[in-house]
Design a protein around this ligand. Sequence first.
Ligand SMILES: Nc1ccn([C@@H]2O[C@H](COP(=O)(O)OP(=O)(O)OP(=O)(O)O)[C@@H](O)[C@H]2O)c(=O)n1
Ligand SMILES: C[C@](O)(CO)[C@H](O)COP(=O)(O)O
Length: 232
Amino acid sequence: MSYQVIIPAAGQGKRMRAGKNKVLLQLKDIPILIHTLRVFELDDACKGIILAISAGDEDHFSSLLKKYRIKKVTSLVAGGNERQHSVYNGLQAAKKEGIVLVHDAARPFIEKRVIHELVSVAEKDGAAVVAVPVKDTIKKVNNFEVVETIERSSLWAIQTPQAFRVSLLEEAHNLALVQNFLGTDEASLVERLHIPVKIVEGDYDNIKLTTPEDLYFAEAIIKQRDYQKRGL
Ligand SMILES: Nc1ccn([C@@H]2O[C@H](COP(=O)(O)OP(=O)(O)OP(=O)(O)O)[C@@H](O)[C@H]2O)c(=O)n1
Ligand SMILES: C[C@](O)(CO)[C@H](O)COP(=O)(O)O
């Protein structure tokens, strides 16, 4: 098993309200970005990391990679205005064979076991995403009034990583470009090709650090994992 991974890290973190790119915030004295990169650095199946960063951040990110001894980053590419554009730019630097993953820099808690299950499914079926069943009741709302309650048994919260045959993700991105379609994840682009996207059940702690309270959850996850490591 082998794969390459595109990691979009060129956001502004507006919802985090930290006044800077949230992936540079520290968790346990280490930037969130480095927590994420380490998962892939330590996975032998990962053959290369393509990192999308904002223009002007090259020196800072390069020095972080050096400081934390991240050696698998093969390309630093320019991020775009939207996450989809950052991933598109990453894809231009990808090797044109095998499986490519896309994983948010802002999701530092992904586990190797889940990545490997995802890659196996993508090798077989072409497209797969990590997801968890939705726990809340979800309602469609208009103008602060309920329109309908959506049957929960078929709802899943989609995470990253998302894995694809490279040629398939390229085709999906090219179609989105031509059709001026902007999706919030890669699978939504592939779905437009009418290609089935498989679900791999992941973990609820693979959170995306999006708003300030997610940082408390992140501290708790780290503490819990430390206890587990020490057999407590
Ligand atoms: N133009 C963008 C926007 C987002 N991202 C990356 O995509 C991931 C998921 O995006 P999100 O959580 O929305 O991050 P931000 O865009 O930084 O947050 P916000 O929308 O609150 O500004 C993050 O790792 C972020 O750095 C990116 O590479 N390029
Ligand atoms: C790709 C993603 O993380 C899947 O949950 C999510 O859609 C990114 O969305 P955002 O709009 O960048 O928060």
